[in-house]
Design a protein around this ligand. Structure first.
Ligand code: ADP
Ligand code: AMP
Length: 213
């Protein structure tokens, strides 16, 4: 099963993608996580990506597409994957369609996690992230067992550099300009599914499971 998660930054794509990955036994592929891992390791790719991420802008398609195609070509993606944060532009979606079509396959679902902008700013200021294992928390909604420490791997949690209010506003603008058109793109392909992302995260997941079966 090949699934794409759509939605504004902070809509809950990663939160849901992790649970989908576990239930359907497919890898969770997040381009944001790949960039953050590279930043942490201090790679050239990480440094270049950071210059865009810190501004709330998108990393250029050329760079992002290559990373994604390399990742989904790995063995563990043979039976499908859930993409979180990719595609974010129409050209990225077109490259993905072409790559999948070359294998004689198709994307099964594009799930749009719908959350209005007003809710997003509140969510982002409370988000805490583990750069080591990719786990995500929220200081009110999903607090870790020990404050500031990842439940899964014990790493110190961070506030993402791009979760500052000013950057979140830029990211929302970027989303509306460049990523939101993907909703129509996948709707026209007949694979778009909408879920109300303002609900409690367990309810959102139940709604997604109803769609995926
Ligand atoms: P995205 O991957 O779309 O950027 P995340 O999954 O990281 O978003 O979620 C953003 C923040 O909102 C996180 O701190 C997360 O714990 C919290 N969150 C996710 N889903 C919900 C929900 N349904 N209700 C309330 N908070 C949520
Ligand atoms: P995320 O973790 O998905 O919120 O992504 C964090 C940041 O990484 C984004 O704000 C972008 O700067 C960059 N990024 C992640 N995925 C993509 C993508 N598909 N295209 C361009 N930039 C991306």
């Amino acid at each position: 099963m090949k699934i794409i998660m759509l939605g504004a930054p902070g809509a809950g794509k990663g939160t849901q993608a992790k649970q989908i990955a576990e239930k359907y036994d497919i890898p969770h592929v997040s381009t944001g996580d790949i960039f953050r891992a590279n930043i942490k390791e201090g790679t050239a790719l990480g440094m270049e990506a950071k210059s865009y991420m810190d501004k709330g802008a998108l990393v250029p398609d050329e760079l992002t597409v290559k990373i994604l195609l390399d990742r989904v070509a790995k063995d563990d993606c043979k039976n499908g994957y859930v993409l979180d944060g990719f595609p974010r532009t129409i050209p990225q979606a077109e490259v993905l369609d072409k790559a999948v079509a070359e294998l004689g396959e198709t994307i099964d679902y594009a799930i749009n996690v719908d959350v209005p902008d007003e809710n997003i700013i509140k969510r982002m200021s409370g988000r805490r992230a583990c750069v080591k294992c990719g786990a995500t928390y929220h200081i009110v909604n999903v607090p870790p067992k020990t404050e500031g420490i990842c439940d899964v791997c014990g790493e110190k949690l961070i506030v993402r550099d791009d979760d500052k209010e000013e950057t979140v506003k830029n990211r929302l603008n970027t989303y509306h300009e460049q990523t939101q058109p993907l909703i129509d793109y996948y709707s026209n392909k007949g694979i778009l599914k909408e879920v109300d992302g303002t609900k409690d995260m367990k309810e959102v997941f139940d709604d997604i499971v109803k769609i995926l079966g």
